[in-house]
Structure formats: structure tokens, C-alpha cells
Write a new protein. Structure first.
Ligand code: URP
Ligand code: ZN
Ligand code: ZN
Length: 485
């Protein structure tokens, strides 16, 4: 049923600034933004004392992912519902084909799984192996299915790791198509060897996990991916930048004019590596994710990277495993399924630790939680904006609303929460997705299947700029004006 909603009396915040304004929603889209709108509307939402912001976009989640011998406990419906409770109205999840599985078949499988989503969603596709079918299917995904980003796991040897041969082949294909390459930057060979060495030393608990994945392992892979992208003349996006080493590689490249984007996870900004020394095995295991939590100096650097615009997006890498699933690695940290929760918590954690501390302005918060992701993944201004014609994905953000995060009260389908006991001030009071209220008065009103798949066409302007820069010194890059076939 289409109906009009007038959001009255709030302060509208976009990535460009903030102003007192009302927002009129007609059906699924915003139709007017202005002062004291007198238009009659079927429904009024009072936003006085609150901000009105674009719904959050989490560009990195893994709902119901088959991984490390189990399946992530959060499904597309429960996960997007939890997201809505926290003010996030769109996720971009990952299709991760098994090696030798047609990537188009894997994509179709994920499309079926994701149909039950409560909010809008889209899918990156991982390149985990290479042959002619992968080359062909990348073209089909771009042309017919609105996929504009391909992911490369530089870690997880003997599973989904992309070695340099795959990286180069896939980056070259992405160049032809005008698609964006993304990487999980960790040197998989080093991780594999270090894991073995640490286990052989008798360290089998969760504390072995960060020891096997030191910052240099991430920094090396980040640097390598960036240089490969530079040589081939492709834009690059680094997921979950967690440490100074990879942040510096990103900063160097950006200062040299290379088109490199980077994401930071809210959990890497506020949780440090002491969690692996928790005497409670289960608690420590719940923090086993890759890259791991780092020491405090890395957190300080990540905040500065976000403030300086070297890191553009914030995500969660939401990939939930319950205690029983984590216990598969009781005797061997290498078998603990990697992943943590966060999709419901990201916005509140970032507001509390970012805006309330003065590190970020409300506008910078909006840029980092939705607008920048919408621009990089080419869905702006449909998403990430408050303007006539944009989808009515809106959050009434109450800066005074307090929440103490706990697995007992959260909506995520996991029996633990990495932020357990953290009080955050600033939370979603009302969440709308395409004009439908999904969260209000502490209650979810989500429905399976309401969410729609969002097509993401390739982003020509980024490519033109990159071509110009690289053509000055790199003969390979001048080929990149080729049209997708
Ligand atoms: O530990 C993590 N991050 N699990 C999910 C898979 C990935 O690496 O993104
Ligand atoms: Zn990853
Ligand atoms: Zn991930």
C-alpha cells in the first residue's frame, strides 16, 4: 500500500551538512525536503529533538555463509531485521563460490537465499578460482545482474584464496568491464605457515589466532594488491583495514593519486587484542575474526584514517557463529570459524565513539555510514541521500537514546555479542525502508521478502579518471576504455 509520511521537526543530516527541515515521503521515495512543509500526509512522524539521516549501508556482511565447515547462524531475514533495529537499511553481502563452482551458479544460489531479506540488499561476487567460465560469467554478472564489484580473498589457503595469478587475471577482466576490485588483504601463505608454527609450539587457544596474523601480514597483502592495481590501472577497494601497515599503504597510494578506497570495521575501531587473553575460552573465541583485533595504537591510527578521509566506509563483516559452532576449534584455534556480529551495532557504536567524542561531525558520520558506500558502489543518490527522488530509506536518529549492548536484548541471531556491556548513546528511534516503518518504539515490524535486490551498474567516471592518471606512465592502462562485452 502506498501512503504518504511527513517527518516533521527534525534536523536533516546528509554528507553535505545539516539543516532543520521536514521530509515528505510518498510511497517508496522522498518527494520533498524543506522547512515547515504544510502538505497533508497520511501519517506524521515527529522527529523533534532528533536527526533525520539516510539509512545506513553496510557494504560488508555474510548472512548464512557456508564457511569453515559450518554455516553462519544469521540468515538474510534475521540479519537485515537486526540491521534495521540499528538503523541500517541496506547490506551488500558476498557470493563466495567454491573453487570450481560456476560463479554464476553460486550467484543464483545466493539470490535465492537473499530473497527473504527485510531490507534492500546487493551482492558482491568473490573470485575464488579462474578459468574461461569465470571470465565469461564476470561479464554476464556485470551486464545482466547489476554486479559491479568482485572480491578477492588473499587469505584462506586451501579454501577460497586467490593467489597472484587469479588476482591479475581477475583485475584485468574487471578492467575490461569497468568493475571495482575488492580485496581481503592478508598474505595467505604466511598465515598458513605461521598458524602451523604457532600450533607446533603448543599454542592451540584463541590467543594463537592474532599471533598467526600480525599486522605485517596484512600490510604486505594490501601493498601488493595496491601495486597490482596500479600496474593494471584498476581502482581498488580494501575491505576491513585493521592496522597501521595497510592504512599506510592506502594513504601512500591515495597521496600518489591512485584510486584506492578502504573500509574499516566498527569493531576494529573500538575493540583491542586483549580480548584474546580472556580466560573464558568462549569469549575469546567469539572474537576470532580475520584480520584479528589489534593493539591500541592501531585503533588510534584507524580513527585518524577515518577522520582524514583515507578510510571512506564503515562496515561490520557481520558473520555470526554461535558458541557451539566456535567450539569446533576447542583444541585448535585454526578450526574456530572466523567471524563476529555487528550489523545491528555499527551505527550506535560509531555515533557514540565517533560523534560524541568529537572525532566526527554528524555529516561525516553520515558519509562514513552510508553516502560514501553508496557513491563507491554506484547506487547514489538512490541510496545514501535525503533528496527528492531518493529511496525513503530514513532513520530518525535520537542522539540521547541510550542502549547497553547485550546478547540478551539484541536482535542478531547469535548467543554472544562482541560489544557485550558497552553502553552507547545515540541510536535509531525509527527506521524506514522505502517508506515502510521497520523499527519504532523498540519494536521490529519487518517482513521476509520486503527487501529488494539493488542493481549496481559499473561506474564510468571513476574509470575515466583512473585511465587519465595511469596513461601518463603506464601503457597497459590505456587499453581500459574498452567497452564491456
Ligand atoms: O573473520 C572473518 N572476517 N570472517 C568472514 C570472512 C572474511 O574474511 O571476510
Ligand atoms: Zn575478509
Ligand atoms: Zn568478510
Amino acid at each position: 500500500m502506498t501512503s504518504s509520511i511527513l517527518i516533521q521537526g527534525g534536523t536533516v543530516v546528509t554528507a553535505d551538512g545539516e539543516a532543520r527541515a521536514d521530509v515528505l515521503v510518498d510511497g517508496e521515495v522522498i518527494t520533498r525536503v524543506g522547512k515547515d512543509l504544510k502538505t497533508p500526509a497520511a501519517r506524521i512522524i515527529d522527529a523533534s529533538g532528533a536527526y533525520v539521516i539516510p539509512g545506513g549501508i553496510d557494504p560488508h556482511t555474510h548472512m548464512e555463509l557456508p564457511f569453515m565447515g559450518t554455516v553462519a547462524s544469521e540468515d538474510f531475514f534475521s540479519g537485515t531485521s537486526a540491521a534495521a533495529a540499528g538503523g541500517t537499511t541496506m547490506i551488500i553481502d558476498f557470493v563466495i563460490p567454491n573453487p570450481k563452482e560456476r560463479i554464476l551458479d553460486a550467484y543464483k544460489k545466493w539470490r535465492t537465499w537473499s530473497e527473504k531479506s527485510a531490507t534492500d540488499y546487493s551482492l558482491h561476487v568473490a573470485i575464488t578460482w579462474w578459468d574461461q567460465t569465470v571470465y565469461d560469467d564476470m561479464g554476464t554478472l556485470v551486464r545482466d545482474h547489476g554486479v559491479n564489484s568482485f572480491k578477492h580473498f588473499m587469505a584462506y589457503k586451501h579454501a577460497i584464496m586467490a593467489d597472484d595469478e587469479i588476482l591479475v587475471a581477475s583485475f584485468m577482466r574487471a578492467r575490461e568491464l569497468g568493475a571495482l576490485c575488492t580485496v581481503h588483504a592478508e598474505n595467505g601463505e604466511l598465515v598458513y605457515r605461521l598458524q602451523q608454527q604457532i600450533f607446533d609450539l603448543g599454542i592451540s587457544g584463541p590467543e594463537g589466532h592474532p599471533l598467526s596474523r600480525p599486522p605485517a601480514v596484512e600490510g604486505e597483502a594490501a601493498h601488493r594488491a595496491i601495486r597490482i592495481a596500479e600496474v593494471l590501472g584498476v581502482p581498488l577497494y580494501l575491505v576491513h583495514t585493521s592496522c597501521i601497515d595497510s592504512l599506510e599503504a592506502v594513504a601512500r597510494a591515495r597521496l600518489a593519486g591512485q584510486r584506492v578506497f578502504a573500509e574499516v570495521l566498527s569493531q576494529h575501531l573500538v575493540i583491542d587484542d586483549s580480548v584474546y587473553r580472556d580466560p573464558d575460552w568462549n569469549k575469546a573465541a567469539h572474537h576470532v575474526m580475520s584480520p584479528p583485533f589489534r593493539s591500541k595504537e592501531h585503533q588510534i591510527a584507524l580513527w585518524r584514517g577515518l577522520q582524514a578521509g583515507m578510510l571512506q566506509t564503515t562496515a561490520t563483516d557481520h558473520c555470526c557463529f554461535c558458541t557451539e559452532q566456535k567450539q569446533a576449534g576447542q583444541n585448535d584455534f585454526r578450526k574456530i570459524p572466523n567471524g563476529t556480529n555487528g550489523v545491528e551495532d555499527r551505527m550506535g557504536v560509531l555515533w557514540h565513539h565517533g560523534v560524541r567524542t568529537g572525532r566526527l561531525t554528524p555529516s561525516e558520520f553520515v558519509a562514513a555510514t552510508s553516502t560514501n558506500a553508496a557513491k563507491i558502489f554506484n547506487i547514489f543518490p538512490k541510496k545514501g541521500a535525503i533528496a527528492p527522488g531518493s529511496d525513503a530509506d530514513l532513520v530518525i536518529w535520537d542522539p540521547a537514546k541510550s542502549r547497553t549492548i547485550s546478547a540478551k536484548t539484541h536482535h542478531q541471531k547469535i548467543d554472544s555479542n562482541i560489544y557485550e556491556g558497552m553502553t552507547v548513546i545515540g541510536n535509531a528511534a525509527v527506521t524506514l525502508s522505502r517508506g515502510k516503518v521497520l523499527w519504532q518504539n523498540g519494536k521490529l515490524t519487518t517482513e521476509p521478502g520486503y527487501g529488494r535486490y539493488v542493481n549496481r551498474p559499473c561506474n564510468a567516471p571513476y574509470w575515466a579518471a583512473q585511465t587519465l592518471r595511469n596513461a601518463q606512465h603506464n601503457p597497459v592502462a590505456v587499453q581500459r576504455n574498452q567497452k564491456p562485452n
